[in-house]
Design a protein around this ligand. Structure first.
Ligand SMILES: C[S@@+](CC[C@H](N)C(=O)[O-])C[C@H]1O[C@@H](n2cnc3c(N)ncnc32)[C@H](O)[C@@H]1O
Ligand code: SF4
Length: 332
Protein backbone atom coordinates (compact mmCIF):
# COMPACT_ATOMS: atom_id res chain seq x y z
CA UNK A 1 0.00 0.00 0.00
CA UNK A 2 1.47 3.36 -0.99
CA UNK A 3 1.66 5.88 1.79
CA UNK A 4 0.23 9.37 1.79
CA UNK A 5 2.41 11.97 0.09
CA UNK A 6 1.10 15.45 -0.66
CA UNK A 7 1.74 17.51 -3.83
CA UNK A 8 4.80 19.10 -2.20
CA UNK A 9 6.43 15.74 -1.52
CA UNK A 10 5.66 15.76 2.21
CA UNK A 11 4.79 12.36 3.66
CA UNK A 12 1.73 12.60 5.90
CA UNK A 13 2.49 10.42 8.89
CA UNK A 14 0.87 12.27 11.77
CA UNK A 15 -2.82 12.86 12.48
CA UNK A 16 -4.38 14.92 15.19
CA UNK A 17 -7.86 13.75 15.99
CA UNK A 18 -10.28 15.98 17.82
CA UNK A 19 -12.71 13.73 19.67
CA UNK A 20 -14.98 16.48 20.97
CA UNK A 21 -15.40 20.23 20.53
CA UNK A 22 -16.57 20.53 24.14
CA UNK A 23 -14.43 21.53 27.06
CA UNK A 24 -14.63 22.04 30.81
CA UNK A 25 -12.54 25.24 30.47
CA UNK A 26 -13.15 28.43 28.50
CA UNK A 27 -9.63 29.70 27.87
CA UNK A 28 -9.87 33.33 26.81
CA UNK A 29 -7.71 32.93 23.67
CA UNK A 30 -9.44 29.72 22.59
CA UNK A 31 -13.16 30.05 23.21
CA UNK A 32 -15.73 32.67 23.88
CA UNK A 33 -17.59 32.23 27.14
CA UNK A 34 -20.90 31.32 25.53
CA UNK A 35 -19.85 28.76 22.97
CA UNK A 36 -22.38 26.85 20.90
CA UNK A 37 -21.25 23.28 20.60
CA UNK A 38 -22.08 20.71 17.97
CA UNK A 39 -25.18 18.59 18.47
CA UNK A 40 -24.10 15.23 19.89
CA UNK A 41 -25.62 13.33 16.94
CA UNK A 42 -23.17 15.02 14.56
CA UNK A 43 -20.20 13.44 16.31
CA UNK A 44 -18.48 10.32 15.09
CA UNK A 45 -18.98 7.45 17.49
CA UNK A 46 -15.92 6.08 19.26
CA UNK A 47 -16.11 3.04 16.97
CA UNK A 48 -16.13 5.30 13.91
CA UNK A 49 -13.18 7.28 15.26
CA UNK A 50 -11.31 4.03 15.75
CA UNK A 51 -12.11 2.91 12.20
CA UNK A 52 -11.00 6.24 10.78
CA UNK A 53 -7.74 6.23 12.72
CA UNK A 54 -7.08 2.63 11.76
CA UNK A 55 -7.44 3.45 8.06
CA UNK A 56 -4.91 6.27 8.51
CA UNK A 57 -2.56 3.81 10.22
CA UNK A 58 -2.92 1.48 7.26
CA UNK A 59 -2.05 4.43 5.00
CA UNK A 60 1.19 5.11 6.82
CA UNK A 61 0.26 7.24 9.84
CA UNK A 62 2.90 6.67 12.56
CA UNK A 63 1.66 9.09 15.20
CA UNK A 64 -1.83 9.89 16.48
CA UNK A 65 -2.51 12.75 18.84
CA UNK A 66 -5.94 12.73 20.47
CA UNK A 67 -7.12 16.24 21.17
CA UNK A 68 -10.22 18.45 21.27
CA UNK A 69 -11.87 20.47 22.87
CA UNK A 70 -10.90 18.62 25.99
CA UNK A 71 -10.47 15.01 24.84
CA UNK A 72 -10.65 13.51 28.32
CA UNK A 73 -14.17 14.85 28.94
CA UNK A 74 -15.63 12.81 26.09
CA UNK A 75 -17.65 9.99 27.64
CA UNK A 76 -16.03 6.59 27.24
CA UNK A 77 -12.86 8.06 25.72
CA UNK A 78 -10.70 5.35 27.27
CA UNK A 79 -12.43 2.84 24.98
CA UNK A 80 -10.86 4.65 22.04
CA UNK A 81 -7.40 4.72 23.63
CA UNK A 82 -7.76 1.05 24.50
CA UNK A 83 -8.67 0.07 20.95
CA UNK A 84 -5.99 2.30 19.35
CA UNK A 85 -3.40 0.79 21.67
CA UNK A 86 -3.47 -2.34 19.49
CA UNK A 87 -1.65 -0.38 16.77
CA UNK A 88 1.08 0.60 19.23
CA UNK A 89 1.40 -3.00 20.39
CA UNK A 90 1.55 -4.26 16.81
CA UNK A 91 4.14 -1.68 15.77
CA UNK A 92 1.82 0.07 13.30
CA UNK A 93 2.04 3.25 15.36
CA UNK A 94 5.17 4.77 16.86
CA UNK A 95 3.18 6.99 19.13
CA UNK A 96 -0.27 7.41 20.59
CA UNK A 97 -0.52 10.59 22.59
CA UNK A 98 -2.89 13.22 23.88
CA UNK A 99 -3.11 16.97 24.41
CA UNK A 100 -5.12 17.86 27.48
CA UNK A 101 -5.83 20.68 29.88
CA UNK A 102 -4.97 18.23 32.66
CA UNK A 103 -8.28 18.45 34.51
CA UNK A 104 -9.04 14.72 34.14
CA UNK A 105 -5.50 13.37 34.28
CA UNK A 106 -5.67 12.29 37.90
CA UNK A 107 -8.50 9.97 36.81
CA UNK A 108 -7.00 8.66 33.61
CA UNK A 109 -3.19 8.83 33.80
CA UNK A 110 -2.71 5.19 34.73
CA UNK A 111 -5.05 3.89 32.10
CA UNK A 112 -3.42 6.07 29.45
CA UNK A 113 -0.03 4.64 30.37
CA UNK A 114 -1.53 1.18 30.23
CA UNK A 115 -2.74 1.88 26.67
CA UNK A 116 0.80 2.56 25.50
CA UNK A 117 0.69 6.34 25.84
CA UNK A 118 4.19 7.47 26.78
CA UNK A 119 3.99 11.25 26.60
CA UNK A 120 1.20 13.74 27.22
CA UNK A 121 1.03 17.44 26.47
CA UNK A 122 -0.58 19.47 29.22
CA UNK A 123 -1.59 23.05 28.54
CA UNK A 124 -0.73 25.39 31.37
CA UNK A 125 -0.32 29.11 30.82
CA UNK A 126 0.55 30.28 34.32
CA UNK A 127 1.61 29.01 37.75
CA UNK A 128 -0.47 31.59 39.54
CA UNK A 129 -3.82 30.15 40.64
CA UNK A 130 -5.65 33.50 40.34
CA UNK A 131 -4.28 34.14 36.86
CA UNK A 132 -5.10 30.56 35.93
CA UNK A 133 -8.72 31.21 36.83
CA UNK A 134 -8.67 34.43 34.85
CA UNK A 135 -7.32 32.83 31.66
CA UNK A 136 -9.21 29.51 31.78
CA UNK A 137 -12.33 31.11 33.28
CA UNK A 138 -13.64 27.73 34.51
CA UNK A 139 -10.46 25.81 35.32
CA UNK A 140 -9.33 24.58 38.72
CA UNK A 141 -5.59 25.07 39.19
CA UNK A 142 -5.19 22.53 42.00
CA UNK A 143 -6.94 19.85 39.95
CA UNK A 144 -4.55 20.43 37.05
CA UNK A 145 -1.51 20.31 39.34
CA UNK A 146 -2.78 17.03 40.76
CA UNK A 147 -3.32 15.76 37.22
CA UNK A 148 0.25 16.59 36.24
CA UNK A 149 1.56 14.84 39.35
CA UNK A 150 -0.59 11.78 38.66
CA UNK A 151 0.70 11.62 35.09
CA UNK A 152 4.28 11.78 36.28
CA UNK A 153 3.65 9.07 38.86
CA UNK A 154 2.09 6.90 36.16
CA UNK A 155 5.35 7.12 34.24
CA UNK A 156 4.09 9.47 31.53
CA UNK A 157 6.50 12.05 30.19
CA UNK A 158 4.73 15.40 30.57
CA UNK A 159 5.33 18.31 28.24
CA UNK A 160 3.89 21.63 29.31
CA UNK A 161 2.48 23.88 26.58
CA UNK A 162 1.95 27.55 27.33
CA UNK A 163 0.41 30.06 24.96
CA UNK A 164 2.53 33.21 25.14
CA UNK A 165 0.25 36.10 25.99
CA UNK A 166 1.50 39.65 26.09
CA UNK A 167 1.30 41.20 29.53
CA UNK A 168 -0.12 38.01 30.96
CA UNK A 169 2.61 35.40 31.28
CA UNK A 170 5.68 36.87 29.61
CA UNK A 171 7.17 38.09 32.89
CA UNK A 172 6.45 34.70 34.42
CA UNK A 173 8.33 32.74 31.74
CA UNK A 174 11.59 32.28 33.70
CA UNK A 175 9.67 30.97 36.70
CA UNK A 176 7.73 28.59 34.48
CA UNK A 177 10.96 27.30 32.96
CA UNK A 178 12.45 26.69 36.41
CA UNK A 179 9.28 25.00 37.62
CA UNK A 180 8.84 22.74 34.58
CA UNK A 181 12.48 21.78 34.20
CA UNK A 182 12.81 21.25 37.94
CA UNK A 183 10.17 18.52 37.59
CA UNK A 184 11.60 16.99 34.45
CA UNK A 185 8.99 18.46 32.08
CA UNK A 186 9.84 20.04 28.74
CA UNK A 187 8.17 23.41 28.27
CA UNK A 188 6.99 24.85 24.97
CA UNK A 189 5.67 28.31 24.28
CA UNK A 190 3.14 28.78 21.48
CA UNK A 191 2.27 31.94 19.60
CA UNK A 192 -1.40 32.80 19.80
CA UNK A 193 -3.03 32.11 16.45
CA UNK A 194 -5.99 33.93 14.94
CA UNK A 195 -8.45 31.03 15.07
CA UNK A 196 -12.12 31.75 15.61
CA UNK A 197 -13.62 34.85 17.17
CA UNK A 198 -13.03 35.48 20.87
CA UNK A 199 -13.94 38.53 22.90
CA UNK A 200 -10.45 40.07 22.79
CA UNK A 201 -8.60 41.57 19.87
CA UNK A 202 -5.88 39.09 18.94
CA UNK A 203 -3.33 41.80 18.51
CA UNK A 204 -3.63 42.66 22.19
CA UNK A 205 -2.79 39.07 23.12
CA UNK A 206 -0.09 38.44 20.56
CA UNK A 207 3.49 38.18 21.76
CA UNK A 208 6.04 37.33 19.05
CA UNK A 209 8.15 34.49 20.40
CA UNK A 210 11.22 36.07 18.85
CA UNK A 211 10.78 38.78 21.54
CA UNK A 212 10.26 36.27 24.33
CA UNK A 213 13.27 34.26 23.22
CA UNK A 214 15.47 37.34 23.12
CA UNK A 215 14.37 38.24 26.66
CA UNK A 216 14.98 34.70 27.90
CA UNK A 217 18.41 34.62 26.24
CA UNK A 218 19.47 37.38 28.58
CA UNK A 219 18.60 35.17 31.58
CA UNK A 220 19.43 31.70 30.29
CA UNK A 221 21.93 30.10 27.95
CA UNK A 222 19.81 28.69 25.12
CA UNK A 223 21.57 26.22 22.85
CA UNK A 224 19.73 25.06 19.70
CA UNK A 225 18.86 21.38 20.09
CA UNK A 226 18.48 18.76 17.41
CA UNK A 227 15.62 17.20 19.43
CA UNK A 228 12.46 16.75 17.36
CA UNK A 229 9.14 15.12 18.17
CA UNK A 230 7.62 15.20 14.71
CA UNK A 231 5.65 18.29 15.74
CA UNK A 232 6.25 21.93 14.85
CA UNK A 233 8.30 22.99 17.91
CA UNK A 234 11.94 24.07 17.66
CA UNK A 235 13.88 23.17 20.78
CA UNK A 236 16.68 24.70 22.80
CA UNK A 237 18.65 23.20 25.67
CA UNK A 238 18.72 25.46 28.69
CA UNK A 239 22.19 25.19 30.23
CA UNK A 240 21.17 26.49 33.67
CA UNK A 241 18.28 24.03 34.17
CA UNK A 242 19.37 21.09 32.03
CA UNK A 243 15.86 21.12 30.54
CA UNK A 244 14.42 21.64 27.08
CA UNK A 245 12.54 24.69 25.92
CA UNK A 246 10.44 24.69 22.75
CA UNK A 247 8.96 27.44 20.63
CA UNK A 248 6.04 27.00 18.24
CA UNK A 249 6.10 30.02 16.02
CA UNK A 250 3.49 29.86 13.29
CA UNK A 251 3.58 33.64 12.89
CA UNK A 252 7.20 34.72 13.23
CA UNK A 253 8.67 31.61 11.65
CA UNK A 254 6.59 29.65 9.23
CA UNK A 255 7.13 25.93 9.73
CA UNK A 256 4.89 24.69 6.93
CA UNK A 257 7.65 23.39 4.66
CA UNK A 258 8.20 20.40 6.94
CA UNK A 259 4.52 19.78 7.71
CA UNK A 260 3.76 16.08 8.10
CA UNK A 261 0.29 16.25 9.59
CA UNK A 262 -3.42 16.70 9.03
CA UNK A 263 -6.32 17.12 11.42
CA UNK A 264 -9.60 15.29 11.74
CA UNK A 265 -12.47 16.84 13.68
CA UNK A 266 -14.97 15.00 15.85
CA UNK A 267 -17.46 15.12 12.97
CA UNK A 268 -15.03 13.44 10.62
CA UNK A 269 -13.99 16.54 8.70
CA UNK A 270 -10.42 16.34 7.50
CA UNK A 271 -8.53 19.63 7.50
CA UNK A 272 -5.36 19.47 5.49
CA UNK A 273 -4.06 22.66 7.15
CA UNK A 274 -4.86 24.27 10.51
CA UNK A 275 -4.89 27.71 8.92
CA UNK A 276 -6.88 27.04 5.75
CA UNK A 277 -10.54 26.33 5.20
CA UNK A 278 -10.37 23.58 2.60
CA UNK A 279 -11.64 20.31 4.08
CA UNK A 280 -12.94 16.88 3.17
CA UNK A 281 -15.95 15.15 4.65
CA UNK A 282 -14.77 11.73 5.76
CA UNK A 283 -17.93 10.98 7.70
CA UNK A 284 -19.98 10.51 4.55
CA UNK A 285 -17.34 8.19 3.11
CA UNK A 286 -17.14 6.32 6.40
CA UNK A 287 -20.88 5.77 6.59
CA UNK A 288 -21.39 5.03 2.92
CA UNK A 289 -20.20 1.47 3.18
CA UNK A 290 -18.73 -1.04 5.53
CA UNK A 291 -15.72 -1.39 3.31
CA UNK A 292 -12.96 1.14 3.91
CA UNK A 293 -12.40 1.72 0.20
CA UNK A 294 -14.46 4.91 -0.13
CA UNK A 295 -12.82 6.27 3.00
CA UNK A 296 -9.34 5.57 1.66
CA UNK A 297 -10.20 7.23 -1.63
CA UNK A 298 -11.57 10.30 0.16
CA UNK A 299 -8.40 10.56 2.27
CA UNK A 300 -6.11 10.23 -0.75
CA UNK A 301 -8.11 12.81 -2.72
CA UNK A 302 -7.87 15.24 0.20
CA UNK A 303 -4.13 14.78 0.71
CA UNK A 304 -3.69 15.50 -2.99
CA UNK A 305 -5.05 19.00 -2.26
CA UNK A 306 -3.02 19.74 0.88
CA UNK A 307 -1.94 23.37 0.56
CA UNK A 308 1.64 24.52 0.79
CA UNK A 309 0.98 26.36 4.06
CA UNK A 310 -1.12 28.69 6.14
CA UNK A 311 -1.22 32.44 5.83
CA UNK A 312 -1.81 33.61 9.36
CA UNK A 313 -1.26 37.28 9.77
CA UNK A 314 -1.70 39.39 12.84
CA UNK A 315 -1.77 43.09 12.21
CA UNK A 316 -3.36 45.90 14.08
CA UNK A 317 -5.70 46.52 11.17
CA UNK A 318 -6.89 42.95 11.08
CA UNK A 319 -9.20 42.16 13.93
CA UNK A 320 -11.01 39.25 12.35
CA UNK A 321 -9.95 35.68 12.60
CA UNK A 322 -8.07 34.24 9.65
CA UNK A 323 -10.25 31.18 9.81
CA UNK A 324 -13.61 31.12 11.50
CA UNK A 325 -12.88 27.82 13.26
CA UNK A 326 -11.86 27.85 16.88
CA UNK A 327 -8.84 25.73 17.80
CA UNK A 328 -11.22 23.61 19.88
CA UNK A 329 -13.03 22.58 16.68
CA UNK A 330 -10.05 21.73 14.51
CA UNK A 331 -8.08 20.28 17.40
CA UNK A 332 -4.86 21.70 18.78
C1 LIG B 1 -7.39 23.53 21.57
S1 LIG B 1 -6.45 22.81 22.89
C2 LIG B 1 -7.15 21.18 22.91
C3 LIG B 1 -6.60 20.26 23.95
C4 LIG B 1 -6.81 20.62 25.40
N1 LIG B 1 -8.10 21.12 25.69
C5 LIG B 1 -5.73 21.56 25.86
O1 LIG B 1 -6.05 22.69 26.24
O2 LIG B 1 -4.57 21.16 25.85
C6 LIG B 1 -4.85 22.49 22.24
C7 LIG B 1 -3.82 23.59 22.40
O3 LIG B 1 -4.22 24.68 21.61
C8 LIG B 1 -3.85 25.86 22.27
N2 LIG B 1 -4.66 26.94 21.70
C9 LIG B 1 -5.99 27.14 21.75
N3 LIG B 1 -6.35 28.24 21.07
C10 LIG B 1 -5.22 28.75 20.55
C11 LIG B 1 -4.91 29.89 19.75
N4 LIG B 1 -5.86 30.71 19.31
N5 LIG B 1 -3.60 30.10 19.42
C12 LIG B 1 -2.63 29.26 19.84
N6 LIG B 1 -2.85 28.17 20.59
C13 LIG B 1 -4.13 27.93 20.95
C14 LIG B 1 -4.14 25.54 23.71
O4 LIG B 1 -3.44 26.37 24.59
C15 LIG B 1 -3.67 24.13 23.81
O5 LIG B 1 -2.31 24.08 24.17
S1 SF4 C 1 -7.36 25.58 25.13
FE1 SF4 C 1 -8.04 23.52 25.60
S2 SF4 C 1 -8.71 23.76 27.73
FE2 SF4 C 1 -8.65 25.79 26.95
S3 SF4 C 1 -10.75 26.18 26.21
FE3 SF4 C 1 -9.50 25.47 24.47
S4 SF4 C 1 -9.92 23.33 24.37
FE4 SF4 C 1 -10.51 24.00 26.43
Amino acid sequence: MTSLVDPFGRAITYIRVSVTDRCDFRCAYCMSEDMTFLPKQDLLSLEELDRLCSVFVRLGTRKIRVTGGEPLVRRGIMTLFRSLSRHVAAGGLDELTVTTNGSQLARFAHELADCGVKRVNVSLDTLDAAKFKQITRWGDFTQVMQGIEAATRAGLKVKINAVALKGFNDAEAPEMIAWAHGRGHDLTFIEVMPLGEVEKNRFDQYLPLSELRAALSRRFTLKPSSYATGGPARYFDVAETGGRLGFITPLTHNFCESCNRVRVTCTGTLYMCLGQDDAADLRAALRRSESDLALEQAIRAAIARKPRGHDFLIERAQVHASTSRHMSVTGG
